[in-house]
Design a protein around this ligand. Structure first.
Ligand SMILES: [Zn+2]
Ligand SMILES: [Zn+2]
Length: 575
């Protein structure tokens, strides 16, 4: 298979330790794979007569891999026509959000409903919003505001009226969820936890976001713009399959997809047959072992500090301990006994140290019972914000892979260290240094709609331990640039069982590339993410055309007989 394209760059960072730097790469477009990577002469020998495309000052790397995302949800609630109002998207204070509300209400057609994602009680110090609060900004149109934690939804009086709740009173609280009520029993415009949120806001979300597949495509465009060429869907359900097939089979599909089925689905163990497993395949099963540090639902051995910010966010001081586990050990054991024999890779969300102990205990027993210990299972743990290095050592010894979320540190780090937790806990939040020292197969993630998917910012943060304000916390957790790059390439590819396809640039792997404006090794570490610009991505040896991709998805959705189910997407509104 001779090369049909030869690219020359100012440098190529291959992430292949046997051949770390190259000046050219030769690609066979018929397979999308690399046929040579090395000197110009070596690449020209692999493609006699093929013209050399000189990319000038551009530096090439393997496309970045986001090991843990929620693209459908991310698209639906953060991309147009929805509005993303998270503090780090340009809305540091509630007043900034309110200014947007005023502007949007003035500009949109009068009856158009609207969805806002990301109001943050800790970072924006935003109190719970009642229907009366929202009515001041949206007196007539329906407006839904989703809390950044995923655990609360706010809605105005127009939504309450649209829901036709008798006398404005919400129905009985569903299991595990509740509606906010005034003293007279009427809705106060607040719904807590998924089941109540769905009942209160779904009809409005459906009307406000009429083209969810296009919204998902916009999320993939957004990821691609930050250099990502492969990701996962950690909240997969069977009736999202048609949507994901559409998103990954267009001529300009920009991102490969690995699916993790939600364990709560009765059919979570089924196989998924994909027309092209390199673009779309089911990889494993996901569950949430504990909750979120921003609402106090993590299974931790340590309490929160009793400070005004923690009180304002209504976080119980804890320690949460085993009370915050979403499953008992017996329940975890029975789920693992169901999925492990089917060969699925397990992926458990866990933030607290007590939670990780329980998860690793359960993993150890299930791996042993199923003769998987010592095999290539690569079971995963997700986030691990409050977990320790000795726990990572234990995970590594069991063959468990670790995906950390630098976003928790980037945006909440200044609060974590000294306001939410004492420095010995807070400064150490997200211990990637300990993970590397433990020899972990480490990946980083931005977790779908929780934070913008910016691999270069994760890398900058990993090598500086500086938050978005520039403050440094826990410098002992700083890692090298090489280790940080691995977490966004080879480490993530390994975690997704794709290291023989993607993550490095070597003969036989797919030519998935990111074009960078300069060599990250030459950037100032504290400003790397702004100095180094993503110029384009390539998938299977073709430069990605994001405009064409969006058009192709719009055509699919216009003709769709099985549109994406809003309800399924919103059911996973916990990351
Ligand atoms: Zn998630
Ligand atoms: Zn999660």
């Amino acid at each position: 298979m001779p090369a049909t394209v030869i690219l020359k760059a100012s440098s190529i960072i291959t992430m292949d330790p046997s051949n770390p730097r190259a000046e050219a790469i030769a690609i066979d477009e018929s397979t999308g794979k690399i046929v040579a990577v090395g000197s110009v002469a070596e690449c020209q020998a692999a493609g006699p007569g093929v013209a050399l495309t000189d990319l000038g000052a551009t530096v090439l790397m393997p496309g970045f891999i986001e090991a843990h995302s929620h693209p459908m949800l991310g698209g639906m609630i953060t991309q147009p026509p929805s509005y993303w109002i998270a503090p780090y998207l340009g809305y540091p204070n509630l007043s900034d959000v309110q200014a947007l509300w005023t502007k949007v209400n003035a500009e949109l057609p009068p009856d158009q409903p609207v969805v806002f994602e990301g109001l943050d009680r800790l970072l924006q110090q935003a109190p719970l919003q009642t229907n009366s609060d929202l009515d001041k900004f949206f007196p007539t149109r329906r407006a839904v505001v989703l809390d950044n934690s995923g655990h609360v939804a706010y809605f105005n009086s127009a939504v309450i009226a649209f829901n036709k709740w008798a006398e404005g009173k919400p129905p009985a609280d569903p299991p595990g969820a509740r509606f906010g009520r005034n003293a007279d029993g009427t809705s106060n415009g607040i719904a807590y936890e998924t089941a109540a949120q769905l009942e209160a806001v779904m009809p409005t979300v459906k009307d406000a976001v009429p083209r969810p597949l296009e919204s998902a495509a916009r999320w993939l465009q957004y990821m691609s713009g930050f250099g990502i060429t492969a990701t996962s869907e950690m909240t997969y359900s069977t009736n999202l399959l048609k949507g994901y097939e559409a998103l990954t089979t267009r001529p300009n599909s920009p991102v490969r997809m690995s699916l993790y089925h939600m364990a709560i689905d009765s059919d979570a163990g089924v196989q998924v047959v994909s027309p092209d497993p390199s673009m779309l395949r089911k990889q494993g099963v996901k569950l949430w072992a504990d909750g979120s540090p921003w609402v106090g639902s993590i299974a931790s051995s340590f309490p929160y500090l009793d400070t005004p910010a923690v009180q304002a966010a209504e976080i119980p001081l804890g320690p949460g301990g085993t009370n915050m586990m979403n499953y008992t050990r017996v329940e975890l054991d029975s789920l693992l006994a169901k999925f492990a024999p089917l060969g699925w890779q397990m992926a458990f969300h866990v933030n607290g140290d007590v939670g990780l102990d329980i998860v690793l205990d359960a993993y150890e027993e299930a791996l042993t019972n199923n003769n998987l210990m010592g095999t290539d299972h690569r079971w995963r743990v997700e986030h691990c914000g409050g977990c320790r290095g000795d726990q990572f050592q234990r995970a590594v010894a069991m063959g468990v892979t670790i995906s950390l979320g630098p976003f928790q540190f980037i945006y909440w780090g200044d609060l974590l260290d000294g306001t939410m937790f004492p420095p010995e806990i807070g400064s150490q939040w997200m211990r990637w240094g300990d993970a590397v020292r433990a020899g972990a197969h480490l990946s980083f993630h931005n977790d779908g709609p929780v934070s913008p998917p910016i691999p270069l910012l994760n890398i900058q943060t990993a090598i500086t331990r500086a938050t978005d304000s520039g403050q440094v916390h826990g410098a002992n957790q700083i890692i090298s640039l090489e280790d940080a790059l691995k977490a966004e390439t080879t480490g993530a590819a390994y975690m997704l069982h794709r290291e023989n396809e993607i993550g490095s640039l070597a003969v036989g792997l797919y030519a998935d590339l990111v074009e960078l404006s300069m060599d990250p090794y030459l950037a100032e570490p504290t400003t790397l993410a702004t100095e180094v610009k993503v110029q384009a991505t390539w998938l299977s040896g073709r430069k990605v055309d994001l405009d064409s991709f969006l058009t192709q998805i719009q055509e699919v959705e216009a003709a769709a007989t099985h549109p994406v189910d809003h309800h399924t997407v919103m059911s996973s509104h916990t990351c």
